[in-house]
Design a protein around this ligand. Sequence first.
Ligand SMILES: C[S@@+](CC[C@H](N)C(=O)[O-])C[C@H]1O[C@@H](n2cnc3c(N)ncnc32)[C@H](O)[C@@H]1O
Length: 224
Amino acid sequence: MRFDVITLFPDMFDAIKSEGVVARAISKSKISLKTWQLRDFSNNKYRNVDDRPYGGGAGMVMMVKPIRECINAVKQKTSDTKVIYLSPQGKKLNHKLANDLSKLESITLLCGRYEGIDERVIERDIDMEVSIGDYVISGGELAAMVLIDAISRQIPGVLGNHNSINDSFLRGILDYPQYTRPEEIDGQIVPEILLSGHQANIDKWRQEKSIENTTKKRKDLIKK
Ligand SMILES: C[S@@+](CC[C@H](N)C(=O)[O-])C[C@H]1O[C@@H](n2cnc3c(N)ncnc32)[C@H](O)[C@@H]1O
């Protein structure tokens, strides 16, 4: 999977390039992650990429031309890429969407700033808008990193020995409770069954706890 990210703040992506699952996926060549500085596509000496909104109002809007030229430059390298604009108005990210997107060869992520981008980019250059939730953050970069991580985890071989099959949402329900050493701390003990070595009973207990957890925390998933 190839990720190309269009952003005004490429350095923000150093965090996921250098640590954790995404960094490991890059080092194993399961994914690549290239950032594109949108200001490199500005056509003025101040490297501006935004201007005041028509009709007045607060803030600035990101202009069509630099974004369109940058997307075209990305497409010179990877022509069949799916162009996603991170936006609070987009399709809400969930496990299924991350899994569907993980099957693609190439994704281009456009990170907005200010009041967002000129609507004509959305009309002509964007294949899909994705939201990480019903709230507004200050820029698309954090949302893009969430999406890259959620997608990368779904790519075979990325998690290595760590198996994600019990991760919350994968089976439509939440994960079961996890415990590690020590067996007892401050009077709190690990459920005995997990120490029994009887795998069939442990699996049954975990399935029951997953359902119990989901019923307690996310009843809506049980209804589905
Ligand atoms: C301050 S927001 C602009 C929000 C815009 N005025 C609106 O209400 O739709 C700036 C940028 O942050 C990103 N962003 C904000 N909230 C987001 C969310 N929930 N999901 C994905 N991206 C988001 C988008 O790229 C957006 O262009």
